[in-house]
Design a protein around this ligand. Structure first.
Ligand SMILES: C[S@@+](CC[C@H](N)C(=O)[O-])C[C@H]1O[C@@H](n2cnc3c(N)ncnc32)[C@H](O)[C@@H]1O
Length: 269
C-alpha cells in the first residue's frame, strides 16, 4: 500500500467533507455524547484544569467538549482544509492552540495530561508515528485515549460497506450526498426496528445514532462512505496500537459493541 498517497487523499477528503458539514449542533457536539465516548475509563470532570491535545480535530466538536468540561488549555491538531472551520468553531479561542499538522508532527511538549484521538487513527494508514508523537507530548503519568472503528460486531455491516466504499469514495460530493439521502431513509426504518428486534448494531443505533438530528445522521453516513482510507480494528490490533507504543496499563472497551476505546498511560519513569 502507498501509505503517503492514501494519507494525503484521506486528508483531502476530510477537508472537503468538513467544509460542507461544518457545524456541531445538538447531541453530536454535546457533553452528553462526550461522557458516552469517555465511558468507562474517564469522566468529563477529569478534564478540569488539564492540558490536553486532540489529534485530528476536524470541525472542533471534541475541542469544544473538552473546553466545556473545564480543560485549562487544548492543543487542536488538524491537517486538512477543515483547519479554517476548526479555528472559526472554537468557543474559547484564548484557551486553544490550533496547529495545521498531521498527528506525527505533534510537538514533544512532554507536559500534557491527556491526548485524545477520536475517530482518527483508523483513517491513518501508518498510525505508529502518531502514537509515538502522542507518547512524547504527554507528561509521565499522562494518558492517551483513542477511539477506533471495530471489526467485531460489524461483520455484516462490513460485508455491505466494503464493496460500496470501493465506489463511493470516488464519487463527487453532490452524487454522494444524494446517495446518502437514499440510504438515510432505510437507516431510519432500521433504527425503529432495533427497538423491537435484536438486530446487528442495535447498541449503536439506539445509544448513539438515534440521538442524532437527521442532518447529523446523514453526516455520519457520508463520513462512512467518503474517506479514501478507513480500517476496522480487531480487539487485538486496537490494543496493540498502544501497548507496542510503550504505553502501560493499556485498557480496552468494546463501545456499544461496534468500536474500540483504548486508553494507555505514559510510564512515570
Ligand atoms: C472522522 S474525523 C474526526 C474529527 C474529530 N476528532 C471528531 O470526532 O469530530 C477524522 C479527522 O482526522 C483528520 N486526519 C486525517 N489524517 C490525519 C493525520 N495523519 N493526522 C491528524 N489528523 C488526521 C482528518 O482530517 C479528519 O478531520
Amino acid at each position: 500500500m502507498n501509505f503517503s498517497s492514501n494519507e494525503d487523499k484521506t486528508i483531502k477528503d476530510f477537508g472537503e467533507q468538513w467544509l460542507k458539514y461544518s457545524e456541531n449542533k445538538g447531541y453530536y457536539g454535546s457533553l452528553e455524547l462526550f461522557s458516552d465516548i469517555l465511558y468507562p475509563f474517564l469522566k468529563t470532570e477529569d478534564m478540569r484544569g488539564c492540558k490536553i491535545a486532540e489529534i485530528g480535530s476536524g470541525t472542533g466538536r471534541i475541542v469544544n467538549m473538552l473546553l466545556e468540561a473545564g480543560a485549562q488549555h487544548v492543543i487542536a491538531a488538524e491537517p486538512s482544509d477543515a483547519f479554517e472551520v476548526l479555528c472559526r468553531n472554537i468557543r474559547q479561542p484564548e484557551k486553544v492552540t490550533c496547529l495545521k499538522i498531521t498527528g506525527d508532527k505533534l510537538p514533544a511538549y512532554d507536559d500534557l495530561d491527556y491526548i485524545f484521538s477520536i475517530g482518527v487513527l483508523h483513517h491513518i494508514p501508518d498510525p505508529i508515528p502518531v502514537v509515538e508523537a502522542a507518547y512524547r507530548a504527554l507528561r509521565p503519568g499522562g494518558h492517551f485515549f483513542v477511539w477506533v472503528y471495530g471489526k467485531e460486531g460489524n461483520e455484516l455491516y462490513l460485508r455491505l460497506i466494503h464493496p460500496l466504499r470501493g465506489i463511493t469514495k470516488h464519487l463527487p460530493h453532490f452524487i454522494l450526498a444524494l446517495l446518502v439521502w437514499a440510504i438515510y431513509i432505510p437507516t431510519a426504518i432500521y433504527i425503529k426496528l432495533c427497538h423491537r428486534f435484536p438486530l446487528p448494531l442495535r447498541g449503536y443505533m439506539l445509544s448513539v445514532l438515534e440521538k442524532m438530528s437527521p442532518e447529523k445522521r446523514r453526516l455520519i453516513i457520508y463520513d462512512q462512505l467518503n474517506p479514501e482510507y478507513a480500517k476496522y480494528y480487531t480487539r487485538f490490533e486496537a490494543e496493540k496500537l498502544l501497548s507496542d507504543g510503550k504505553f502501560e496499563n493499556v485498557r480496552i472497551h468494546h463501545r456499544h459493541g461496534y468500536s474500540w476505546t483504548v486508553i494507555g498511560t505514559k510510564p512515570l519513569i
